[in-house]
Write a protein that binds this ligand. Structure first.
Ligand code: ATP
Ligand code: MG
Length: 312
């Protein structure tokens, strides 16, 4: 099992309020309120922990409301290396009605100062050499821009770290110039970052090849219910997940990424790596939350994943 460092620059407290039906402009009564610590890097960390890896977690955390995060780190045995920042970590409120409709109200991210940005870079220099892999996932907080983000990714690369990147927008577009070891955008995110449509499989394969020429070793493109296309130096494969009843897609992309990293860390053959990762993502979609809850069901899902070679 490996030591993995995950970087979550813009975590969030997810507040899920369950209520019969939302009535705007009126007093509503909720059935329950659940709070949990979230953020893409932390989601990946939790799935990797389920798979037996040892995690160090870092990024920025508001010093005003760290309790739910610190409880998660203690419960999962994560080594906490988050840089504390004045203020509260943002809250993302989900108003979940009994009929299935969910209304999201996302809070503004923390504002990070230049000194705190520098503090994180210093911390990464200390931590990265002790880890086999660094996962950088999620959006950027206020106060840092994609130039700083590029510096972060370059710093990791210069330390010899293998970097897995999952972000979007300008952070992905500019982050790609540092040629991370692995990327996991969804199809739309990659199309936006590269400024070209990628819905045609040939266009996607061509763009993946360009990225590989630029130095990205593994291009993992998720395609929702259509599955995932993985372009790697060995073989390029597409995985079609089995049909699952969608309960919640929260954490699907993060589960897929964690599954891919697991197979690569373990040195599994490509087919097994991709089928297992696709099954972990399908399981996440079929349950509230994510994580490996039922190993027998996971094995069934894995057996039902259909793999096909991709021509490049
Ligand atoms: N309806 C579905 N049925 C089975 N598997 C699914 C379904 N939706 C998503 N998945 C699996 O989850 C993976 C990730 O989903 P998706 O492409 O939507 O990622 P994403 O847009 O990055 O999501 P996220 O919001 O978690 O970042 C897909 O590649 C697929 O394997
Ligand atoms: Mg995603």
């Amino acid at each position: 099992m490996a030591r993995v460092l995950t970087v979550t620059l813009n975590p969030a407290l997810d507040l899920t309020v369950r209520l019969p039906a939302l009535r705007l402009g009126e007093v509503n009564r909720s059935d329950s309120l659940q709070v949990h610590a979230a953020g893409k890097g932390l989601n990946v960390a939790q799935v990797l922990a389920d798979l037996g890896h040892q995690l160090t977690v870092t990024g920025f955390l508001g010093e005003g409301n760290p309790q739910a995060f610190e409880q998660l780190f203690a419960a999962r045995g994560f080594s906490d290396e988050f840089v504390r920042v004045a203020g509260d970590t943002r809250s993302n409120i989900k108003l979940a009605e009994a009929g299935g409709q969910v209304t999201d109200i996302n809070g503004p991210g923390l504002a990070v100062s230049e000194a705190q940005g520098d503090a994180l870079l210093l911390r990464l220099k200390r931590l990265a050499p002790d880890h086999e892999l660094v996962v950088v996932a999620g959006s950027l907080p206020r106060g840092v821009d994609s130039l700083w983000f590029v510096e972060l990714l370059r710093t990791l690369k210069q330390l010899g770290a293998r970097v897995a990147l999952d972000t979007s927008g300008a952070a992905l577009r500019d982050g790609l110039t540092t040629a991370p070891w692995l990327i996991k955008p969804n199809e739309e995110e990659l199309a936006e970052a590269r400024g070209i449509p990628l819905a045609e499989s040939q266009a996607l394969a061509r763009e993946a090849w360009r990225l590989q020429v630029e130095g990205v070793e593994h291009v993992v493109v998720s395609q929702g219910a259509e599955g995932v296309s993985w372009f790697s130096p060995g073989a390029s494969l597409h995985a079609q997940p089995p049909k699952v009843r969608v309960v919640s897609t929260v954490g699907a992309g993060d589960s897929l990424l964690a599954g891919m990293l697991h197979g690569l860390l373990e040195g599994w053959p490509g087919e097994r790596t991709l089928a297992h990762a696709t099954a972990i993502a399908a399981q996440a979609v079929g349950q509230v939350g994510f994580g490996i809850s039922d190993p027998a069901q996971l094995a069934e899902l894995e057996a039902a994943v259909r793999l096909q070679p991709l021509s490049q």
